[in-house]
Design a protein around this ligand. Sequence first.
Ligand SMILES: *Cc1c(COP(=O)(O)O)cnc(C)c1O
Length: 394
Amino acid sequence: MIYLDNGATTKTAPEVVEAMLPYFTENFGNPGGIYSLGSAGKKAVNQARRTLAEMIGARPEEIYFTSGGTESDNWAIKAAAEGCAQKGRHIITTKIEHHAVLHTCMDLEKRGFEVTYLEVDGYGRVEPEALEKAIRPDTVLISVMAANNEIGTLEPIGEIGRLARERGILFHTDAVQALGQIPMNVEELCVDMLSASAHKLGGPKGVGMLYVRSGLKIPSFLHGGAQERGRRAGTENVPGIVGFGAAAARAMRIMKDKTVREIELRDYLIRRIEEEIPYCRLNGHRTDRLPGNVNISFSFVEGESVLIALDMKGICASSGSACTSGALDPSHVLLAIGLEQSEAQGALRFTLSEENTVEEIDTVVDCLKQSVARFREISPSYEEFQRTQSKGSL
Ligand SMILES: *Cc1c(COP(=O)(O)O)cnc(C)c1O
């Protein structure tokens, strides 16, 4: 199997599984217990908290563990909106956010908040000048992702953070794709809240975190016990949190080598596709993108069909459409960067890890070449295109 869907989820690293196991077996105690069986779990959770704090340049007491990126995004946006509602009811975000952000904002719109969804440029970048223009006296929150999950585009969040800080507006960033891929420092970037998820960086699924700058008075998300300083109740997911900590430690250790390797493979994959398959276009920025992200549209084919053909050869990737209610909707991100519906539907995303090899990339390009050519042979739009082409040359 060749796995090129690390943007969807990553394999839990063996050392992470190792670190988690004792917290299912001998150290199963509730961290709330006063006996030593519980305190082992409590210690481990706090160790993980310190590791994650170190990773983003925060303090341990600013880290809150959650059930994942989706919960962190929901909490950050709802809590900030609710907490600031006295001051204003306007939120600024972008058209290319993950649905965990977009759908949360849409829900707030139903409850009396106003949301500006910023346009992005052809690479998927938010223009800080456009953001500045969108700021109103009643703007209370800006939420812009650190890196886009579909096209890998890196956003100028440091600039945006400084703008927000100058105006006294809260700044949240969804860093689920960025954490573990590129350095992130909440102080340098002027971030007030940051969402992350373990399973995107070699950790387990179902655990994430929200960084909340100390001093911010945002409402609790889950009410109940006193866990997470009373802000996120519920018995801690001890094995998951331990796994998140281990994954973060590993990510910090390998980041430099991983980045070099992935950029090399990424650019090799892009180059081979561009040289060997006609009528395709790279989506997102050529260099200002996540090290392991490749997103390419192939004209005259359905990305979904190519995916199935690749799957039959044991290759896992993803497409530029999401299956919602049985229909294939083109990606909101690809439409936002100006693609036609058909181009968006012909997009494929390959997201690499440090484990991929040149041989794997070669295999993928060979399969891709074959299946794209085969689907084009039976594509009416390709036939039509060729007819107009040959007419033009007469
Ligand atoms: C995966 C992802 C999420 C959701 O995280 P989960 O832990 O799966 O809930 C949110 N935002 C981005 C950018 C993501 O890539």
